[in-house]
Ligand binder design. Structure first.
Ligand SMILES: Nc1ncnc2c1ncn2[C@@H]1O[C@H](COP(=O)(O)OP(=O)(O)OP(=O)(O)O)[C@@H](O)[C@H]1O
Ligand SMILES: [Mg+2]
Length: 291
């Protein structure tokens, strides 16, 4: 579509095995802003079976239509539904083209060749955590990896919103990624999640080269904040240097609400949050070699 040149685009997974740290919030609101601010064609991939990212940005009625048309992540994994949720299609064949399975979101930049699109999530992905024989799942993983690899030539950035576990899907995302963005809340347990993730990545034998970690503090209170955890994170020999200097505060503007489908930076009070998201985007752009 819009990608030119021989350099393959970065693939960033938003991942922390700890739940509720802001993976989906960041996937939606930060990366939509990156698309506008850096002018990069960006593909969001909702790989979480709970598909919260999709629900954040696509109204339900529209989603139902896309699901009917098999325009979801499930079609990347397998060409057609299987009769049983305990089986995988045999002879999977080549993956689809990104344009067959993604949904374009409204153009914001004046340059129409730069676009933002999403591959909607699908609850059907739950089946991959029910199938315990990893050998059965290997062709599915390979099809996903081939899809991502082909799409890297067609978009400037691919961003994968992951589910909070160390499942088959996490592994797919890790193997496809050049970078991992780890949101952490400023509490001790979130930091433990970071340790665990690093260990997991280091111990995965097939992960060559290993994706680079980037850490983003999310949910920092604006009042009565105790910076002890943040200070120890910034002093950490490995995590400190890769922790973005900009943090995201707790704010109503980033809070998901059932009555609102869309992006934080489009809200009435967006001026309260946009400069900070811009600062995160600028730092991310440098890490990803995009700016
Ligand atoms: N900076 C923030 N300010 C206010 N609310 C936030 C912020 N970040 C996240 N939230 C809220 O916290 C909840 C969890 O966030 P989110 O869904 O992004 O986390 P997650 O890591 O994707 O969760 P899961 O592990 O379930 O996928 C959501 O209700 C979201 O709206
Ligand atoms: Mg999520």
């Amino acid at each position: 579509m819009t990608k030119a040149g021989p350099k393959l685009s970065p693939v960033i997974s938003i991942l922390n095995m700890k739940g509720g740290v802001g993976k989906t919030t960041i996937s939606a609101h930060v990366f939509r802003h990156l698309y506008i601010r850096l002018g990069k064609s960006t593909l969001l991939v909702d790989i979480d079976p709970q598909f919260n990212l999709t629900q954040t940005i696509i109204p339900q009625v529209l989603y139902e239509k896309h699901k009917q048309a098999r325009r979801t992540i499930q079609a990347v994994m397998e060409p057609a539904p299987t009769a049983s949720i305990f089986t995988v299609t045999t002879g999977l064949g080549p993956p689809p083209d990104v344009d067959e399975v993604s949904v374009g979101l409204r153009h914001i930049t004046s340059d129409k060749s730069i676009n933002l699109s999403v591959i909607p999530g699908d609850f059907g992905l739950v089946k991959y955590s029910l199938i315990t024989d990893q050998a059965v799942l290997t062709p599915v993983r390979d099809r996903f990896l081939k899809f991502i690899s082909e799409t890297r030539a067609k978009r400037d950035l691919i961003c994968i919103d992951c589910n909070p576990s160390s499942s088959f899907l996490t592994l797919c995302a890790l193997m496809a990624s050049t970078h991992i963005l780890v949101p952490v809340r400023p509490d001790r347990y979130s930091i433990l999640g970071l340790d665990l993730l690093e260990q997991f990545i280091n111990e995965l034998p097939n992960l060559v080269p290993k994706p680079k970690l980037i850490v983003l503090l999310n949910g920092v209170p604006t009042r009565g904040y105790d910076p002890t955890v943040e200070n120890s994170l910034r002093a950490h020999p490995r995590f400190g240097p890769v922790t973005l200097s900009t943090v995201l505060h707790t704010t109503k503007l980033l809070e998901a609400s059932p009555g609102y489908t869309g992006f934080a930076t489009d809200k009435k009070q967006q001026w309260r949050i946009t400069p900070r998201i811009s600062a995160v985007v600028d730092e991310l752009g440098t890490h990803l070699g995009l700016s």
